[in-house]
Design a protein around this ligand. Sequence first.
Ligand SMILES: [Ca+2]
Length: 512
Amino acid sequence: MKKRSNILILMSDEHRADVAGFAGDPVVRTPTLDWLAQGGVTFTNAYTPSPICVPARQCILAGQYPSTCQCEGWIGLPPGHLTYASRLGQYGYRTAAFGKLHMIGPDQSGGFQSRPVGDVDFGQQQPVVERWSASLPKDERNVPGMAKWSDRKEIERAGPGPDNPHDVHSVEGAVDWIRETFVGDRYDRHSGDRPQLLQVGLHDPHYPYQCDPDLFRYYLPRMKRFAHEEPHDHPFLGLSPWPPEPLQAGVHLAERDVMRARAAYYGKVETMDRHFGKVLQALRDAGEDLDEWIIVYLSDHGDQVGEHGVWEKQKFFEGSVRIPLVIRAPKFLSPGETITSNCNAVELFATLCDFAGVPVPEGLDGASLCRHVERSPYSSETAANQPGDLGEVPPSCGSQGALKPPKGGTPTEEGSNSPPKKMRVFSGEEEIYSFFLQQGFRNIMVKRGNLKYQHYEHEERGILPEVLFDLEKDPGETRNWVDDPAYADSLKTLRASAQKWRERLAKGKGTG
Ligand SMILES: [Ca+2]
């Protein structure tokens, strides 16, 4: 009997896609992530479903955009909502999560069978829907229910500091669990005969912008200015989010403080990389061959780190909405490939089902990312994960064969291998989406090819000017092409797509 592959998901928080060695950053040191990328597939146009922590993570777990899983704002998934963890658990996987999932509802499991190390400081005290007063004092700690300093104060206090203790505990918990699961006998919980789904979630490199003193000293003299720091003239894009104000280096903030915050951010990225390196080493120490594993690295969203005079996320700039995504699965995917197709992290759910040989459930948004990869994981030489190998597949699975990745993003409906008919496949045209609610704004992004359309609407101020970026002609995202006649046809299509999502969201779904 062939054994299904174990799966490890490594998830950071607020890691912008371009601050990684494998992504071409010449300064940051990320040997763990670089090793994953070297032996894996890197998706260079991967996007978050929402550039805010909670909705991003709920959507990724659910494999659904906000209007589908009803998590557009600061809202947790309802108890029992199907997640990739619960789906794989249904089909025999043993599932455990360590550290940050940012669950805020009554069900803190995220669908995992166990969470030996849970979230910290994220509980039901958080407001249900993201709303706050515009007259908020700028520098007040502990805004009721939010426990959040202003962006300005976060930057001005940047510098050396302790490691995030929760991340330390999460990694220690994962390392201990790995040892006890694969070689230990403390809890008599060895389960080597069952496939494992492990997830380790870290808070790093999320602010506070503080890092190990040695790392801070290493990075501070190596920091350079971003090429585009002037605030955008758009009334929403020009403002850092908390509270809304421009924070341009040398104008609104001391350039020294900006450089210190960036240095700390880089130090936190390296800290995060070291943490994940410990998890991989624990698996090696337990005798695991990592070439037999499927290892996924991603972040929930990015961080502007001062680019365009904006900090943290909550924007549709690339620094905020694009994420690092690497899948290392040498048994299935050719090492070292780079995929430039647009894709979204909500597609991780279908991808994991694909790898695990588990039927993709109805109602997911998007399809397996394997469709982008030239070498199919279901080639005859590599089909070790085909259903039936496990011997534990419930009868409801029927006589399924291997799920074939849809060609060109369009599912076939032939034979018993066809994906569920209700599965929505948006990515056949390489069109992906992102959404968030913020301070009365409902924001929608549609990306197709190199064009990124953005629609901002405020509940009282109405619709703000549309934005269209052309990332091929203007990778720095400084020019709005919305009035350029050359884009009229594309704009019409993108606008119609955004309108479709507006209507879905306006039906009340997603706002709680
Ligand atoms: Ca986050």
